[in-house]
Structure formats: structure tokens, C-alpha cells
Design a protein around this ligand. Sequence first.
Ligand SMILES: C[S@@+](CC[C@H](N)C(=O)[O-])C[C@H]1O[C@@H](n2cnc3c(N)ncnc32)[C@H](O)[C@@H]1O
Length: 284
Amino acid sequence: MQKDPIQLYLDLMKKCLSFFIWGEIPQPVEIPTLNQRQLDAWLALRETLNDDAYHLARHVAFDPARREEGLDHPALAHTMVGLRRLDNIQFCVEDALAAGVPGDLIETGVWRGGASIFMRAILQAHQVGDRNVWVADSFQGLPPPDEEKYPADKGDQHYLVPHLAVSLETVKANFARYDLLDDQVRFLKGWFKDTLPTAPIERIAVMRLDGDMYESTMDGLTSLYPKLSPGGFVIIDDYGYLESCRQAVHDYRQAHGINDPIWRVDWTGAYWQKGSGGSVISGS
Ligand SMILES: C[S@@+](CC[C@H](N)C(=O)[O-])C[C@H]1O[C@@H](n2cnc3c(N)ncnc32)[C@H](O)[C@@H]1O
């Protein structure tokens, strides 16, 4: 049976963005971690090779099941969310498109851009030219916790992780690698508390929050949820993983009387559909 080219393209995008198609690359070995015997052997080999382009690297096992769940941090992937959460983005966006839910798509917290690139790919695959993908990030990592205003973030150390800071130029270049950088992609550079309240977004069909912290999740919900169309989706990447993020979701929902059921995507991702009603299902 012939495969549907749209599905084939989107499946290929998911495998590329998550690096699933290649698995893993050898990881560089830090010289100070070598013992004396290993160091002597490596220096002797380098001398024999007589070429600075050689580096010492070790094989890293690839576990497809972990990558599917976004449980490892791939060295080169453009997203860390894994295949199941990419499937969930596709489900939400395609459902909103099919139902004619008005509005744009947005991700707050994009890292190397992969999940946002995938949103743009879905619009492209379905030939949708009248919706934007908004890409919101500081492009310099997470903010230090504001413990007075957000006690749930007390002790949060994400802001110390250099790996989480990816520049705007790099993210744009990643969109361009897939031929998906165009005027339907709109960047919001800065802290969410500064950019989201005044972002020139009229309506939203799918909002994906991936900012890890209480503050980042709450800022996204406060500024964007009122713009989410009925029938639109809210996706929370860190709902299962981070207590502070989950707390922000519960606080916001309680303050605004939101009872739409929360569905689990995998060990951490969760989502709900605005106006789907019913009682809260907290899932596994
Ligand atoms: C876990 S990463 C996002 C992963 C990404 N969605 C993916 O597909 O791999 C978290 C991102 O959120 C951004 N971030 C978190 N809190 C923020 C805030 N308050 N303002 C701006 N950016 C923030 C960080 O810079 C980082 O790029």
C-alpha cells in the first residue's frame, strides 16, 4: 500500500528533529578523565597520526525507547521532547486545523527550535498559509528564580545550565536547515514576562508551554490562555516531570475555574482542550 506523502513527510521530520533516525553520535572524551596509561596511548596515537583533526570520542549506546519518550538529551537533536510529544503536537495541530479552530500556534521555551519547527512543518504539509508559528524564548536560557514572587521556584537551578541557552541566530538557522524559515514564523525574544503580555498575537489555536519553571509556565498561561480559541489546545511539556510547573497549571486552572480534563502524553507531557468540559483526570 502506498503511504500518504503528508504523513511520510511529518514522520520523517519527527525522526530528524529528534535525531531518532541516526540514534546517537560518539561523544567527545575529556582528556582530564583519562588515566595515565590511556593518556600516554592517546598522545602516542596522535603523534603517529600527525593530524590535529583527530579527536578522542567514545561510542554512546542509543536506546530507541528512551528517545521515543524524550528521556535522553541527544547531543545534536533539534528537540529534546521525543517522538511521543511530537506526535501529540501533530495531533493537536491537525485536530485544530480540521475543526477550523481559529488562531496561530505558539511555543514558549524552544531551546534549539525543534518542536516549533515541527509546528511550521505541519502548516506547510497541509498548505496552511494564513496562520503563524510564534517562537518565544529568551534565547539565553532560563531566568534565575524570583523566589519572593514565586516560592514554588525556590532553589530552581535551570538558569545555571549553559546547555539550555541557544541563541536566536542558531534557532533561525535550524528553521532554515529544513527550508521552514519564512514570514509565517515570528520570533519573540526576551523573558516571557516582558514579551508575552504585549505580543501582537490575536488568537491562538495551539499553545505549547515548555519553560520548565512555575514562573515561565504561569507567564505563558496568564498572557496566552485568554487568547486561546474554544476548541484549541494547551500543551504542558513539564507537567509530569516538574512539580513547580504542575503547580502553576493547577493554580491557574483553579483561579479561572477550568475543569477541562487533562490528558497525559507520556511520562511528562500533558494537554487539555479548551471547553471540552468534564471533570479533571489527573492521569498516571
Ligand atoms: C527545556 S527547554 C525547551 C525545549 C524545547 N521545547 C524543545 O523542543 O526541545 C526550555 C527553554 O525555555 C526557555 N525559557 C524558560 N523560561 C523562560 C522565560 N521565563 N523567558 C524566556 N525563555 C524561557 C529557555 O531559554 C529554554 O530555551
